[in-house]
Design a protein around this ligand. Sequence first.
Ligand code: F3S
Ligand code: F3S
Ligand code: ZN
Length: 106
Amino acid sequence: MAIDPQFTENREQVDSHQGHDVWGPVEEPEKLGIHGTHVAVDFDICLGDGACVEDCPVDVFEWVDTPDHPESELKADPANESQCIDCMLCVDVCPVDAIDVDAGRT
Ligand code: F3S
Ligand code: F3S
Ligand code: ZN
């Protein structure tokens, strides 16, 4: 299952993290929601592949520890989403379609 591109309509912003939004539901440690808005990563789909972290030309992503999450204990956090240049590489390389980037969404 891929990230829902309509998440801003279908979810509620429940928190913020490192300056970006977190879209629920969040029930730690199993459910972590979506981090980011312009560059959005569904933490419940991300399995810590790391291609996005390696390939983003402007280093938008930083690893965060997510102990006891069923998919992986590391997630790619869009910590620097304001730096994104909309190259869409991360969207293309993620093997589980956990990332959605929308140039018109901030
Ligand atoms: Fe980086 Fe993805 Fe933006 S690779 S530049 S965060 S579209
Ligand atoms: Fe996760 Fe996909 Fe990046 S699995 S670490 S969002 S390439
Ligand atoms: Zn975050």
